[in-house]
Ligand binder design. Structure first.
Ligand code: A2P
Length: 342
């Protein structure tokens, strides 16, 4: 920390009324981030309202009319369009922007950082912007990076089971509303998702691309390679939205260069930063979004077993709170790296 030991940072949270933004505020408080001035920002419709931080109410300001001069760190989670327009303005005013949208993730001069995996990348930020990875990539790589370093991963097959909170507050409300409506024998009336999400699964997250994959699926390909710094890793993703409020799950199969046994993988992951192994071969001896992930920081890994169909294949079940490690927690951890590194 050098001379930054006692320094405090003026922090702006852009999207402070959102599902991720409100968790950013609570994690800043929980982790005692050295906040000087705190400025919650949102759209005009929320301006003048308040959000809570450390037991006090803070007035929300309208992003459009806000002068970022004096802000040291800006945590953005208000969507890609807002980031594209306002993040460069905050950076030009001297702030380090930590952006949770996908607006800058694939730009070569913007680092993409998972705090446990490639923290050193946060230091090189020529545009003053650091990107926070997609929630599904985030939890997958917290668990897979140690395996990649020790045994070399050649290929990843992943199917995600993603909770609705990843689509924001309106999606949480839609699942609750539809669940109530259907139990009362009323119509689901889909609005936020293209089809009914309550009591259903939707194999479609983000836009469809020309190659037949969705953008959410391709994020797993592009971001895995960028964060691990290895363009040779093959990733075959399927992303599915499930009627869970908080916590993403992933069924992952990896093919490694060197054979790794289930016992070796379990031992490696037991001491990996940010990972908790929950892998007892009995009922309930595995992580789920509700029993383990929701409201917790760790990436939980269970069902570790060798692939019956491939000599160097390994199966894992990876579960984490998508709003915490998948978004707000990592953003604050990156802010801590910035604070520590100057
Ligand atoms: P607001 O509540 O004023 O619309 P979520 O992902 O949970 O839907 O949250 C999105 C967040 O981004 C909210 O805080 C929302 O604020 C904010 N937001 C959306 N559009 C804008 C905008 N044009 N300017 C500032 N904040 C925005």
């Amino acid at each position: 920390m050098n001379d930054s030991n006692n320094r405090r940072f003026n922090v702006a949270v852009v999207g402070a009324t959102g599902a991720v933004g409100e968790t950013m505020l609570s994690i800043l408080a929980e982790r005692n981030f050295p906040v000087g001035k705190l400025v919650p920002l949102a759209s005009e419709r929320s301006a003048g309202g308040t959000v809570g931080y450390r037991g006090e109410e803070y007035v929300i300001e309208d992003l459009a009319g806000f002068d970022p001069t004096g802000i040291d760190i800006a945590l953005f989670s208000a969507g890609g369009g807002v980031s594209k327009e306002y993040a460069p303005k905050f950076a030009a005013a001297g702030a380090v922007v930590i952006d949770n949208s996908s607006a800058f993730r694939y730009d070569d001069d913007v680092p993409l950082v998972v705090s446990e995996v490639n923290p050193e990348a946060a230091k090189l930020r020529p545009r003053g912007i650091i990107a926070n990875p997609n929630c599904s990539t985030m939890q997958m790589l917290v668990a897979l990076a140690p395996i990649h370093r020790a045994y070399g991963i050649e290929r990843i097959n992943v199917a995600t089971y993603q909770s609705v909170s990843g689509a924001g507050r309106s999606a949480l409300e839609e699942l609750a509303r539809q669940t109530g409506a259907l139990l009362a024998f009323q119509d689901a009336d889909p609005r936020r998702f293209p089809v009914q999400i309550a009591f259903n699964l939707i194999p479609h997250i983000d836009d469809f691309l020309d190659n037949g994959f969705t953008k959410e699926e391709m994020k797993l390909v592009w971001e895995t390679r960028k964060i691990l710094g290895d363009e040779s890793i093959q990733v075959n993703p399927t992303a599915v939205r499930v009627p869970v409020f908080y916590g993403h799950s992933e069924a992952v199969n990896v093919e490694t260069r060197e054979k790794v046994s289930a016992a070796q993988a379990r031992a490696l992951l037991a001491s990996a930063p940010g990972v908790k192994v929950v892998d007892e071969r009995k009922p309930g001896g595995y992580p789920t979004p509700v029993t383990h992930a929701s409201g917790h920081d760790a990436v939980f890994v269970g069902r570790i077993r060798e692939d019956l169909s491939h000599p160097r294949g390994l199966n894992l079940w990876i579960v984490s709170d998508n709003i915490r490690k998948g978004a707000a927690l990592n953003a604050v951890q990156v802010a801590e790296l910035v604070a520590a590194g100057g």
